[in-house]
Design a protein around this ligand. Structure first.
Ligand code: PPS
Length: 303
């Protein structure tokens, strides 16, 4: 049987209808991330799997590409030229013909790098049982919501974003795919206290000094790239280079309309200042104070 999305893919002029949000065990989701739930929950992680976890738009692609270069840049340079990043780093919970089925088990390389946006309580238990390494990337709320808004505009697998002020309101309410930003970043932060193989990193730190963050990643992963290899990773993963790189910029994904907003959009800290009104900024600061009250987790909205 042909699915709706396949039908729309056959006709490249059309896009699938926008999904609507559903309440899934208390978290807003869409069917594209829940339809395959039993398989997701039964996913068989391997001890050397590396999970890259983020709230959407926090720097998943950047860190995925860095890890891909670190692990396979030297051994499989041909893959980076021929295979889009989204096919080299499977999206754990994505259920759509955009991703070949059982992609993680068909990867030609190990360790497997696997991407997820799931909140910590939804992670399949095999990742914990196998004591897998997990890299979590978090981004300050203001730039995160701006990036998510533009992503909603350009990606027809996302619910209709509405206008900016509606989107911001919904975001504060947690009415977003993958739920509340607050719950996500805090949930993973708390997990870090009890699960030692979790490396929690920040988009802003990467912008400030990507080389330093790559060193920290390598030390977490037990990697020791040569100076030349590290230079290749640092250069290859620069925003402008990734933006030009068809294998890393999502230009091959049909449901994304890069003319509306490119996937590799700005890649900055502080773009929120071009979007928030003074009143919106005050409202978000107030919301933040309420919801992050006891958190030791600190973000920077400027670098
Ligand atoms: S997704 O769809 O959730 O996987 O998106 P994600 O990759 O997490 O986030 C996309 C944002 O990350 C920016 N990005 C980068 N910034 C700086 N340097 C590099 N190399 C880089 N790669 C991706 C990307 O531009 C999106 O942020 P915005 O603010 O929208 O530009």
């Amino acid at each position: 049987m042909i699915t709706l999305l396949e039908k729309y893919q056959l006709n490249r002029m059309e896009q699938p209808p926008r999904p609507t949000l559903i309440d899934f065990h208390g978290v807003s989701m869409t069917k594209y991330f829940t339809d395959n739930w039993d398989n997701v929950q039964n996913f068989k992680a391997r001890p050397d799997d590396i999970l890259i976890a983020t709230y959407p738009k926090a720097g998943t692609t950047w860190v995925s590409y860095i890890l891909d270069l670190l692990y396979f840049g030297k051994t499989h340079p041909e893959l980076q030229k021929s295979t889009p990043l989204q096919d080299r780093v499977p999206f754990l919970e994505l259920c759509s013909p955009l991703q070949p089925s059982d992609l993680a088990n068909k990867l030609p390389t190990t360790p497997r790098l696997i991407k997820t946006h799931l909140p910590v309580q939804f992670i399949p238990k095999s990742f914990w049982e196998q004591n897998c390494r997990i890299v979590y990337v978090a981004r300050n709320i203001k730039d995160n919501v701006v990036s998510y808004y533009h992503f909603g505009r350009m990606n027809s697998l996302q619910p209709e974003p509405g206008d900016w002020s509606t989107f911001l309101h919904d975001f504060m309410e947690g009415k977003m795919v993958f739920g509340s930003w607050y719950d996500h970043v805090n949930g993973w932060w708390e997990k870090r206290q009890t699960y030692s193989k979790l490396h929690y990193m920040f988009f802003e730190d990467m912008i400030e000094d990507c080389g330093r963050e790559i060193d920290r990643l390598c030390s977490f992963l037990g990697l020791s790239p040569s100076a030349e290899e590290k230079e290749k990773v640092t250069t290859g993963s620069k925003f402008d280079n990734m933006k030009q790189n068809k294998m890393a910029n999502y230009s091959t994904v049909q449901v994304m309309n890069h003319k509306v907003s490119p996937f590799m959009r700005k890649g900055k800290v502080g773009d929120w200042k071009n979007h928030f009104t003074v009143a919106q900024n005050e409202k978000l600061d107030e919301d933040y104070k309420q919801k992050m009250k006891n958190a030791t987790l600190k973000f920077r909205t400027e670098v």
